[in-house]
Design a protein around this ligand. Structure first.
Ligand code: PMP
Length: 428
């Protein structure tokens, strides 16, 4: 296959620059929390293919299930000849999702497609067009989801106009000066100025803002939104694509608030590295579209469904929800200690739920001005030393942890030592 440099040159000639890669190296193979590039260099993977690998690269149970399915059939299209793995996965998701009511699940292929379908179903059920989304949110790169995404650069830059009837509310982030009360006040104002409440189909938010910086939604925000939705007949959608399947210590991150949403979108770590996504929701809402209104040729691919069932089983049988909570505590403690020792007053915030943790860098503690340059430097130094890290946040100044929950303590400790070294060099 050649060197990283040779592959990079071929890539630059053949692939548009719009699809950017965080690492300038090419993958050769990967196992659990480790990855080797084409030159044989080893990395610890704290990105997990963007939060897809809570069960690690090539979890043995996931690979075994996918291979067994490949020996039977790999595609029929569920809309032509249905198959059991789709139904079994839907049953499992209906059972795992919060809410003491009958549920049904639609399977699609990508996260953006799940969000598109959740909105479509909400519109069909309510007969209303409006959608309210939040600042800093990320819901996908298709036109509707891009319109809902609350961050211009790089996603929305220069590609409008976006679909109508999408409204924006401020995300409650107290450290940025927006309390839950402020956010709710702005929402009430939105109902008076732009978004007629009985013309709003859904309010959608990520229970922990993902690309926007790993900010958890306070429980009282979800409780208030539930009441607002019930008052106006609006559906509440929890976009769990990044936060779901154990990342925060529960199956779905909204469970921390005790609130049951009407619809959930999920993808990523649901299937341990295979492309399948879903919309889980109240049965009567999910049945709003007439036969033929939902689907897609590849939706709920049987190999991906078999992989998902195995990944979910692994999360259950290996106690990965509890492991996530324990890892979160470990990361918070270790980052605080490393920050105090190596970069005093530059690590402004260490936050998250369960193992969905981010650390945020600032130029100095008093102004708390975002330091994207330091964040970038830490990522580059860490990669050089064999640790793959990804940034997030409105200002690109946070590092997020998406390491497999199956990573050994020894590997996690090795990564912390690399991180400390990278931070020390970046700050020098
Ligand atoms: N919603 C959230 C919360 C996400 O994190 C993402 C992906 N980062 C998406 C939607 C879109 O998913 P996909 O990239 O599979 O389309």
């Amino acid at each position: 296959t050649g060197s990283n440099a040779a592959l990079l040159a071929r890539r630059e000639a053949a692939v548009p620059r719009g699809v950017a890669s965080a690492a300038p190296v090419f993958a050769a193979r990967a196992e659990n929390a480790e990855l080797w590039d084409v030159e044989g260099k080893r990395y610890i993977d704290f990105a997990g293919g963007i939060a897809v690998l809570n069960t690690g690269h090539r979890h043995p149970k996931v690979i075994e299930a996918a291979k067994a399915q490949e020996d039977l059939y790999t595609h029929t299209s569920f809309q032509v000849v249905p198959y059991e793995p789709y139904v079994a996965l839907a049953e499992k998701l209906n059972e795992l999702a919060p809410g003491d009511f009958a549920k049904k699940t639609l399977l699609v292929t990508t996260g953006a497609e799940a969000v598109e379908n959740a909105v479509k179903i909400a519109r069909a059920h309510t007969g209303r067009p409006g959608v309210i989304a939040f600042n800093g949110s990320y819901h996908g790169r298709t036109l509707l989801t891009l319109g809902m995404t609350g961050k211009i650069s790089p996603y929305k830059k220069d590609v409008g106009p976006f679909p109508s009837d999408i409204f924006r509310a401020p995300f409650p982030d107290a450290r940025q000066g927006v309390t839950v009360e402020d956010s709710l006040k702005a929402l009430e104002m939105l109902f008076l100025t732009d978004a007629q409440p009985d013309r709003v189909a859904a309010i959608i938010l990520e229970p922990v803002l993902g690309e926007g910086g790993y900010h958890p939604v306070p429980a009282e925000m979800f409780q208030a939104l539930r009441a607002i939705c019930d008052r106006h007949g609006i559906l509440l959608i929890s976009d769990e694509i990044q936060a779901g399947f154990g990342r925060t210590g529960t199956w779905f991150a909204i469970e921390h608030s005790g609130v049951a949403p009407d619809l959930i979108t999920c993808a990523k770590s649901m299937a341990g590295g295979y492309p399948v996504a879903g919309v889980i929701g109240r049965a009567e809402v999910m049945d709003a579209m007439a036969p033929g209104g939902l689907g897609g040729t590849y939706g709920g691919n049987p190999v991906a469904c078999a992989a998902a069932l195995a990944a979910i089983e692994a999360i259950e049988s290996e106690g990965l929800l509890a492991r996530s909570t324990a890892l979160g505590e470990m990361f918070k403690a270790r980052f605080a200690e490393i920050g105090a020792r190596v970069a005093p007053y530059r690590m402004w915030d260490i936050r998250g739920l369960g193992a969905m943790i981010a650390v945020e860098f600032v130029t100095d503690f008093d102004t708390a001005a975002p330091d994207a340059a330091l964040t970038k430097a830490v990522i580059a130094k860490a990669l050089d030393k064999g640790l793959i890290l990804l940034a997030c946040g409105m200002h690109g100044n946070a590092l997020r942890i998406m390491v497999p929950l199956t990573a050994s303590d020894a590997i996690l400790e090795e990564a912390m030592v690399i991180f400390e070294g990278a931070l020390a060099e970046a700050i020098a």
